[in-house]
Design a protein around this ligand. Sequence first.
Ligand code: HGY
Ligand code: MN
Ligand code: MN
Length: 416
Amino acid sequence: MSAEPASTHDAAEVLARCDVLAGISAAVDGIERSYLTPEHARTNWTVGEWMADAGLAAWQDAAGNQRGSLAGPTADAPVLLLGSHLDTVPGAGKYDGVLGTIMAIAVVGRLRARRIELPFGVEVLGFADEEGTRFGRTLLGSCAVAGTWDDSWWGLQDAHGVTMWDAFRAFGLDPSRVGEAALEPSRVIGYLEAHIEQGPLLQDADRALGVVRGIMGARRFELEMIGEAGHAGGMPYGRRRDALLGASEVVSAVEVLARDAGAVGTVGKLRAFPGAMNVIPGRVEFSLDLRAESDAVRDDVWREIEETARKAAAARNLAFEVSEMHAARATQVGKSLALAVEAGIRATGDAEPMYLLSKAGHDAMAIADLCDYAMLFIRCKDGISHHRDEAVRADDVEVALDAFEWAVLELAGYNS
Ligand code: HGY
Ligand code: MN
Ligand code: MN
């Protein structure tokens, strides 16, 4: 019987593990892993094995996050958190979230292989829900760890009417114990996350890596225009209450208003009811994802969008309804943690690391309620993400591992 080959903790292994997780999907023709599903359970099991192999004590927490601990020198030693998320959007690529989680495991494996003794403990976190795909509310896993879980989320329902409460129970979790996932702020040094950029700026600047300076604040809404269905031929224009025409005015205004303010707004979902060729749409459900570097700008744009929508509804005799699904404040990185990431990039030969604002949301924005955070961005091909064509270069992942490991050593005081 041949022994298992030893883990290499290098880019080839990290990328091979991303390929393995890409095979754990609810969809046959793409990658889709959402919260509290059989795919979530299989992913945690697989990642837990890799954690154990790197020398971490692996367990699944009370919110379904996959976690692994490396003990510090004493029982009460503080803990450095490393991680990212393991869930995906529908039709995802292989690297969003997954790459950062697997890199964190690899860095711990490398430190252990070199017998480095850190002055703190390390915890690697594979967050269970960052995307919010199943229940509409995002950052669920990291909010549980940050101690900001909100009991009003128990009643949220997925597309099949299953509540969060019932989904917890079906997954084998006890909803009443979700608080046990939270970390005590006084125990935590900070949180480092590696992630693909999900934009084209590093590629355009011909750089493999970047330091995040902050993350845009986001709000997400479910919107509804309600009119009256009717005959597509017989009903004269003057009497129509076409909900899709009202919604269309809002969709177009989102681009103009957000762009003018330097914000980003996206209507990613829209459904017209009853949804027939020859029926005037009587009701339209649509979504809005709105982001900006400052919460004040984002909130001003929302007020303008809402005003536009109410005017469009009034002009067409429609009702307009709003339900806010998610709000996350804009955050800045912790300075000393970001300097450690910057030092890590310098150590790879980039004398002047590039700083970027993250327009994508990350678990770090929820963890910011627990402790300081910093992020390392990795170039991705043509900035493509939330798409099956997401791609990274192996040589970029190799230097990213070096930089991430260096950042941990920097915080441990090894590099000075
Ligand atoms: O939507 C986002 O920004 C993140 O990828 N969840
Ligand atoms: Mn994503
Ligand atoms: Mn992500």
